[in-house]
Design a binder for this molecule. Sequence first.
Ligand SMILES: [Zn+2]
Length: 422
Amino acid sequence: MNLVERPNRLAIDAQRLWSNLMDLAAITDNARPYTRRSFSGLFVEGRTWLRRRFLDAGMTVREDAAPNLIGRLEGQDPALPVIAIGSHSDTVPSGGRFDGILGVLAGLEAVRSLADRGIRLRHTVEVIDFLAEEPSEYGLSCVGSRVMSGSLEDRHLALTAPDGEQLIDAMERIGGKPHDRAGAKRTDIGAFLELHIEQGRVLEQSGTDIGIVTGIVGIVRVEIVFQGAADHAGTTPMDLRADALVAAAETVMQVRESAEKLARKRFFVATTGVIASEPNAANVVPGRVRLIVEARSEHVADLETFLAELDAFTSGAAVRSRVKRTAFTELSRSLPSPCNEALRGHLAAAAESLGLSTREMPSGAGHDAAFMGKIAPMAMIFVPSKDGRSHCPEEWTAPEQCAAGAGVLLEALIRIDAALEH
Ligand SMILES: [Zn+2]
């Protein structure tokens, strides 16, 4: 894509968007760029900056009970539902300048461009900076979108950071009212859009401008424990061993095989990300091994097939190694969140109208949009990530790629405003 060849196709101000990205990136822990963790002083400073930009764009600004920061541009017809665009301004430690941030600033740029062009939409538009999308010190991701979708549970509020502060106190410290969160659950949003960097290599490798997300994967995590006998590695003959690590090793290979088989049909990934062997000594047969296996898919049926195969396989692997499988426990499960067909169509048509190439793809990572999908029709677009890198200072999406994404948001806003009736 070359913006020079199509100077007037994108109705947004690419330079203004890029300046905003770099200005917000400068609000960082200078010792560890780019770090702006939720609940930190830098995060609050970033929000103060964002609030000013929202006001400059002609929006009113408020914070809800999370607090999420919300900019609002009133539409012509207050009876119509809100079209919301959102993502997050917090980062992981030593993170990037684009993950989440681009989604918020592209929404801001789309709203500014409406004003520049003298367009007043029928629907009210909101731009949302969700609180704590990244896991933060409290170990919970998507805090703000959980609040807005009515998904934040009492037990979450008691989660505690290493310094002893509970999540509920951290939320209050930065202006939230977690006890009033029921009132923050939204029922007035008619469409939710999120622009995000891909965090993978698919768009870059295929030379595609815009990813139209089909859905956000569901994620299942299972803990498997094999219990054998930690015998002497020199005096225990091979046929008398109960080696838990051999059963675990077979399991690692099976996870790959099952996932590859399912992935031949449609997107599916699975990973053995944790393996803890005890006593983990050179002269002792491994007596106990704990694995955590994770699988991701847009289809619950595929997750179930994978789990059933893994359950049967690990029972057999235990018998073969003369060990016991003492745990096969589902640790967590999030359901897939499909993107709305009609909104996907508007996003694709918007991209095509700008001469941008598109490709349908799942989101293998979780996003605020997954929670917003519980309360509103939801859709997402991706823009390319250089070398697929993210959550690191090298994270990069070129200025023209950021501008293309914002341009699609603006065009989609106009199309959705015309099409959305209720
Ligand atoms: Zn993100």
